[in-house]
Ligand binder design. Structure first.
Ligand code: ATP
Ligand code: MG
Length: 586
């Protein structure tokens, strides 16, 4: 139901903007309030809810949380925090067949990891089943609900369409006593699944289909993850959500746009029951280019093993992003930047990537690693000799200090940093050319060693001992600075390089009624064996590094072993060194 709306194709405009549709600037961009903040401020001014702000985040425990949920979490917890209010965590667990305790635990962990706290306000809609049942009987007694014997198919037929009114169920005018008796027998388990429903008696001619005698309860002989076999009838989402909000004295019940035309029903139940009335507010759900966000689709990716699990680093689940190397700060920054709006649109994946770069640029220590090694022998460097050179851990943060990296006669550089026959714009290593090795010396390529197939397997170079640290006393310049590692000291490690999980900006856009899986990117994961500077052998999950010129990396939390990390690339760099190279010198 939630994903009926197709994603808009991404456009260049989408790529650059930091709002998602209504032109509401992110709070960051000048402190202007978004439309929800304005509504809350207005309610506080009029004293509508006694100046209380009490929100909730209401996940259904039928999957792991994703980046879209993060938007909702930041909004709900953030709004409460901004007004000294409260935010509840409430599991919306009305569908026993799809829900599991494991999902509950993963959701709690992810909300906490994002930096939010519900204190003692952890609730489950299933805790309200007794109360909801009582309220259902109350509506029956008031003549506002009836037991209907139509099959699901007949119910659909009677419902009408957007252009045609529905038809009354032949069971609509059952006497109250009969309705009560049948509903109690439904609860007692006398009828099979689907045999009967309890429906609200509203208006089969309403232009809003949700108001055409919606189902309140259905029969489902299924065990519930919390209530076990106590119930064989379960309330529908619409009959549960508003009343749960009411019981928890929520002030602003924020949900996504597809619930906008459920709001009259939300209000109807609460008014008919005569209970405390929260305000439902709808906002645009997050969609991102190159991603799917529906849990149904994420579940398929997991179950059909297109990914290694819910926490596969290519998944935009919170656990996938965490394993990939995203930080809570970056995700919160992203949610801030995209803002909150009333119209659906698609945010460019680049906005998410920019958020993690901005965060890691400040905190990640720099290291050197070579992912596609090409051997270099420094012919005039004495055999058996080595030295320690000083390297800066973070040029933007003096407090991060320095470290030593070993230098020796045999090194690795990146294969793509050498060309035997370079075109004009290629300023890196080539026969006869001098470049700088970062934190080390200037070296000149003197010879190229090839294998029988004619491929370059080794470079012969000389170094200038006068250039220790990277600059020449005579002031001569070079046009490129390369990263490198000392071959005898390097540690080999598996490094996983990721690309978008989907090959196209809108994976739901499939020609000829195909499946979104047809748009999977076959090159979304590449595993290489990198040669890393020795300090990286001790890296542990939860640490973040910038491998110079290659991107941000973190040890994989599942597959790393002590002393033997496996690295995930979180994201590539904006090409900061490209600029440096153009200027001709670092
Ligand atoms: P799905 O369509 O993936 O199943 P859902 O809306 O059913 O998502 P819930 O667990 O019910 O998932 O969502 C919990 C809360 O998170 C709801 O308030 C919902 O509106 C919000 N939410 C879900 N997806 C997004 C999204 N893409 N952007 C913003 N908020 C979202
Ligand atoms: Mg839902």
């Amino acid at each position: 139901m939630a994903s009926a709306k197709p994603n808009k194709p991404d456009t260049e405009k989408d790529a650059s903007k930091m709002t998602d549709g209504a032109g509401e600037p992110a709070a960051e961009a000048g402190g202007k309030l978004n439309f929800i903040e304005k509504l809350v401020a207005e309610d506080n001014k009029t004293g509508r809810f006694d100046r209380r702000v009490h929100t909730r985040f209401p996940p259904e425990p039928n999957g792991f949380l994703h980046i879209g949920h993060a938007k909702s979490i930041c909004l709900n917890f953030g709004l409460a925090a901004a007004h000294g209010g409260l935010c509840n965590l409430r599991f919306d667990d009305t569908n026993p067949t799809k829900e599991e305790e494991a999902y509950v635990e993963s959701i709690k962990r992810d909300v906490r990891w994002l930096g939010f706290d519900w204190d003692d306000r952890l609730y489950f809609a299933s805790d309200y089943f007794d109360q909801l049942y009582e309220w259902a009987e109350q509506l029956i007694t008031a003549g506002k609900a009836y037991v209907c014997d139509l099959t699901p198919e007949q119910t659909r037929e009677h419902r009408g369409t957007l252009t045609e009114p529905g038809r009354n169920s032949p069971f609509r005018d059952r006497a109250v006593a009969e309705n009560l008796d049948l509903f109690r027998r439904m609860k007692a388990g006398e009828f099979p699944d689907g045999a009967r429903t309890l429906r609200a008696k509203i208006d089969m001619a309403s232009p809003n289909l949700n108001m055409r005698d919606p189902v309140m309860y259905r029969i489902m002989h299924a065990s519930h993850h919390r209530t076990g076999d106590k119930w064989c009838i379960y309330p529908m989402y619409d009959f549960t959500h508003g009343q749960s909000d009411s019981l928890e004295r929520i002030t602003h019940s924020i949900c996504t746009l597809e619930f906008e035309n459920h709001r009259p029903l939300y209000d109807w139940y609460i008014e008919e029951l005569g209970i405390y009335h929260p305000q439902q507010i709808e906002f645009a759900r997050l969609s991102l280019t190159y991603a799917v966000m529906s849990k149904r689709k994420l579940l398929r990716l997991v179950e059909e093993k297109h990914v290694s699990g819910w926490d596969d680093p290519r998944m935009l689940t919170i656990s996938g992003l965490r394993r990939r190397g995203y930080t809570p700060e970056a995700i919160r920054l992203f949610c801030d930047r995209i803002g909150v709006a009333k119209f659906n649109s698609t945010v460019d994946m680049g906005v998410l990537e920019l958020s993690i770069r901005d965060d890691l640029n400040a905190r990640a220590e720099r290291r050197m690693a070579v992912l596609d090694p090409l051997k270099v022998v420094i012919e005039n460097y004495p055999e058996g000799q080595s030295e320690q050179l000083e390297a800066v851990n973070n040029p933007g943060d003096e407090g991060a200090g320095v470290r030593s990296v070993p230098f020796s006669r045999e090194l690795y550089i990146e294969r793509e940093d050498f060309m035997e026959d370079p075109p004009k714009k290629f300023f890196r290593l080539a026969p006869g050319r001098e470049v700088r090795l970062r934190y080390a010396y200037m070296v000149t390529c003197t010879d190229v060693v090839k294998n029988a197939a004619g491929e370059v397997v080794e470079l012969r170079c000389t170094y200038d001992p006068e250039t220790r640290g990277g600059s020449a006393p005579d002031g001569r310049k070079v046009k490129a600075t390369l990263h490198w590692v000392s071959a005898p000291d390097a540690v080999a490690a598996e490094v996983r390089l990721y690309d978008h999980l989907f090959a196209v900006p809108n994976p739901d856009d499939v020609p000829d009624g195909g499946d979104f899986l047809a748009n999977l990117n076959p090159h979304s994961l590449e595993r290489v064996t990198g040669q890393l500077e020795p300090s990286l052998a001790a890296a542990t999950p939860g640490e973040f590094f910038q491998f110079e010129r290659l991107g941000y990396f973190t040890p994989d939390s599942v597959d790393s072993k002590p002393g033997r990390p496996v690295f995930n690339r979180t994201t590539t760099l904006r090409d900061t060194w490209a600029k440096v190279q153009k200027q001709g010198d670092a």
